[in-house]
Design a protein around this ligand. Structure first.
Ligand code: SF4
Length: 373
């Protein structure tokens, strides 16, 4: 199993909370795609010895749908030409709701894409405006139904909770609306105040207030409860899916499978102990091609990463697998470190699985760091 990730770093405007690598240089889109195709060709054999066909392709950003439809189609078709995709490959493209037009959907129909992920974030227009999202709730609803009418059943939407001004009532409406759209996958994130973002500056100047912790916890609890009643499996801390619709691409990251990343800022992993990433520098990438940094992961890095990624999932850490992969001393260390959290009810041991409880999810960062070496 192996996957491909393609980074399209363009956005038409910047959301006030975002610290992802993206740029407003839309005039560079064609030159970027040229370089992207070159990079894919140059690196096409990097994983080939193990991956005869790729199981997932994910085009993310930035906002891939800011590419003109013909250019996005070129990326998708060229990728599928260079990298053989399995017949049942999951092929996802991220989109902003207001880019989803009938022309865009028609273009998508002529590509291998079978999954669309949309950053809806909230269905409250005032909050969307505050976040500097460029769509409104009506456009989001319309985008979902247009895609469904065109036969795209595997859709995912994102929600954010913890937005200043987002009351419990607004969040209840967001969750209700999300469920009513009948998309089989939903990701929900707590708003983060990342350094250097406009929203953090507003908070630091006292112009907005963070949502209090009780309300934030209530929002997450409410979401978990409502989605569970609607038949969704809570398969990762931030991800929920109806049976059969979990994100195979993201799951492969949590399972430590190899993937190739292309484009400025994209990461790759060989599935063993080497991670590489391209510099987040659009102009440098276009002018000189990919410039990689490489990290050789130590056994400690790999153990820590295993603990962190597995603990985020519903299945948790498979203790037998951990024993075989990292040895007796790591296994014993983990169980020793886990003891206080087992006693406090943050962790639970079920058979050979060590996993977070619902309460443990709220303190997951602390639990993980206590289990790290
Ligand atoms: S659309 Fe996505 S990548 Fe672009 S600024 Fe907003 S959150 Fe960031």
């Amino acid at each position: 199993m192996a996957g491909i990730y393609i980074h399209i770093p363009f956005c038409q405007s910047r959301c006030i909370y975002c610290d992802f690598y993206s740029t407003l240089h839309l005039d560079k889109r064609e030159a970027y795609v040229e370089q992207l195709c070159r990079e894919m060709l140059e690196r096409k054999d990097e994983l080939l010895t193990r991956a005869r066909a790729y199981n997932t392709l994910y085009v993310g950003g930035g906002t891939p749908s800011t590419l003109p439809p013909s250019l996005l189609q070129k990326v998708l078709l060229r990728t599928a030409e260079i990298f053989p995709l399995a017949t049942d490959a999951e092929v996802t493209v991220e989109a902003n709701p207001d880019d989803v037009t009938s022309e865009w959907i028609a273009m998508l129909k002529d590509t291998p894409v079978n999954r669309v992920s949309m950053g809806t974030q909230t269905f409250n227009d005032q909050l969307l405006h505050f976040l500097n999202r460029r769509h409104n709730s009506q456009q989001a609803e319309r985008a979902v139904s247009m895609l469904q009418d065109a036969g795209f059943t595997n859709l995912s939407i994102d929600l954010i909770y913890g937005i200043p001004g987002q009351t419990r009532q607004i969040w209840e409406q967001d969750v209700r609306k999300a469920i009513s759209l009948r998309t089989p996958h939903l990701s929900a994130y707590s708003l983060m105040y990342e350094e250097g973002t406009p929203i953090t500056r507003l908070r630091d100047k006292g112009q907005i207030e963070e949502m209090d912790e009780d309300t934030s916890l209530w929002c997450y609890e409410h979401l978990c409860q409502q989605l569970s009643e609607a038949g969704f499996q809570h398969y990762e801390i931030s991800n929920f899916a109806l049976p059969g619709f979990h994100s195979r691409h993201n799951s492969s990251y949590w399972e430590g499978l190899p993937y190739l990343g292309f484009g400025a800022g994209a990461h790759s992993y060989d599935g063993k102990d080497v991670r590489r990433w391209n510099e987040s520098d659009l102009l440098g990438y276009i002018a000189h091609g990919a410039c990689y940094e490489t990290e050789q992961l130590t056994e400690t890095d790999l153990y820590n990463e295993h603990v962190m990624t597995r603990l985020r999932t519903h299945q948790g850490i498979d203790l037998q697998h951990l024993l075989l992969r990292f040895g007796q001393s790591c296994h014993d260390y983990l169980l020793e470190q886990a003891k206080p959290h087992l006693l406090q009810g943050n962790l639970q041991k079920t058979g050979q699985s060590l996993h977070l409880t619902r309460g443990g999810i709220f303190v997951s960062n602390q639990v993980m760091s206590d289990l790290f070496m």
